[in-house]
Design a protein around this ligand. Sequence first.
Ligand code: KG4
Ligand code: ZN
Length: 343
Amino acid sequence: MDKDTIILAIESSCDDTAASIIKNGRIVSNIVSGQPVHGKYGGVIPELAGRKHQQNIVHVVEAALQEAKTSKNQLSAIAFTQGPGLGGSLLVGSSFAKAMALSLKIPLLAVNHLQAHILSNCIQSESENKPIPSFPFLCLTVSGGHTQLVIAKDPLTFELIGETEDDAAGEAFDKGAKMLGLPYPGGPHIDRIAKEGNPHLFKFPIADIKGFNFSFSGLKTALLYFIEEKKRVNPNFLDENLADICASYQYTIVKTLLDKMFACAYKYEIKTLCLAGGVSANSLLRKEFSEGAYKNSFAHYYPSMQYCTDNAAMIAQLAYYMYQAQKFAPLNVRPETRLGLHS
Ligand code: KG4
Ligand code: ZN
């Protein structure tokens, strides 16, 4: 009988310390330890994030092994997030992975975080038997740092079609939320409050960017001027209209994203669509995406909630394909803070 392929994956690109085990292509454990400490500063403090990863990583890896009922001696390879991300954060994960691979004498896999978000759509776990997309598919990756339209041709081949020219969609949510007095990260708060509001009450601009690139900095500025102007007339305007503002602002972001995505799918004649990244947890985006795809006869997928925001299961999923293709990294491989989609 063939030996099991069991990979431990570590994700530490930003402020979540995460570890996951994939066994013969199925996720068998997925542990994420967040860092709520950044909330009080209104954003991630890089130095603090690195220190917290160092505090958390041993426990998180142990918990992932334990949940998978796996001992480290059974591992076939160790994977880690090579980038993009915060330098100090990436160093903790990469150093830990290297030390483990070296001591266990097993191969190392350096995984691209952006590609991994896309493959979160292909995750199959022991607990859920979810249908997964077939290749090629068009993926809209929307996170705190990135907004990209990518054609995934196969599990290891990606073509970048469009991306943001300034703020990412997640940043548009987070910066907008900050102006509205909501805690960091603001995306989930806007999502929750918008449920009570009218998305068509206030009109915000959609940037007219040619091709398949995006821009969100104008929208953020428009919200700032809108709030200032309204508050001059009525100092309680924000409190009295918060749900409608959230709903209208969120609607504008979602419409900007999906109009481009569907146009892109038609242009490139892609029949299968996917979402990925933290913002793909947004309830309006998921709803409008599903309805639009259904109406236009696209096959469509999005990751389970736990695989939308940063996690190690998606790193493990891509690592599994890389292991099969024997795409191993040398022990002197370096983390790359600005790694693009094509590593
Ligand atoms: O993928 P992710 O966890 O980290 C990055 O790689 O950036 O994405 C984090 C982003 C944050 O901007 C957060 O506000 C946003 O995802 N986000 C949401 C929702 N949940 C997370 N944005 C809108 N609606 C949500 N429900
Ligand atoms: Zn991410």
